[in-house]
Design a protein around this ligand. Structure first.
Ligand code: SF4
Length: 146
């Protein structure tokens, strides 16, 4: 007898006719209508992000607020550079989001890396004020917060 096709069907299990009723945990717990649960299939994609921590002559750190429809919307982060940017990472952090596995490479930048025009989404932030900015978790570990 194929129990899965004739007795223990996912939508209406016929427990009263089932030879396994006495030993069935689902039946004992009254959960036969709830099982089996479909496993949620989350497709995880990998993404590499590169950042530079840039400090000016006053020791302030350049932060940028993320906008647009992407991860970390509205949060503040160091200067993001293109994936092709040549840099020597001081930190490599992996960070898992629901659908993404991020590899975040963070290095040191200089004033030469800073965009010429900084709009209102950019700030030079004194070290002691970094703690007041909402940063994505990977950066809270590497930015100096006093
Ligand atoms: S007793 Fe258990 S195995 Fe049998 S039909 Fe019910 S749920 Fe399925």
């Amino acid at each position: 007898m194929d129990l899965g096709a004739t007795v223990c069907t996912p939508k209406s299990p016929r427990c009263a006719d089932c030879p396994l009723e006495a030993m069935c945990l689902a039946r004992a717990e009254g959960a036969q209508e709830l099982l089996p649960r479909k496993a949620s299939r989350v497709k995880v994609t990998e993404r590499t992000l590169r950042y530079l921590i840039v400090e000016n002559e006053r020791g302030e750190t350049l932060l940028h607020r993320r906008t647009g429809r992407d991860i970390w919307q509205g949060l503040w982060e160091p200067l993001e550079v293109a994936a092709s940017h040549r840099m020597k990472p001081e930190h490599v952090v992996t960070h898992r989001l629901t659908h993404r596995l991020l590899r975040i490479e963070i290095g040191r930048g200089t004033m030469a890396d800073v965009p010429r025009e900084l709009t209102e989404d950019w700030r030079w932030v004194p070290r002691e004020e970094l703690v007041h900015y909402a940063l994505p978790k990977p950066f809270t570990k590497v930015l100096p917060q006093e």
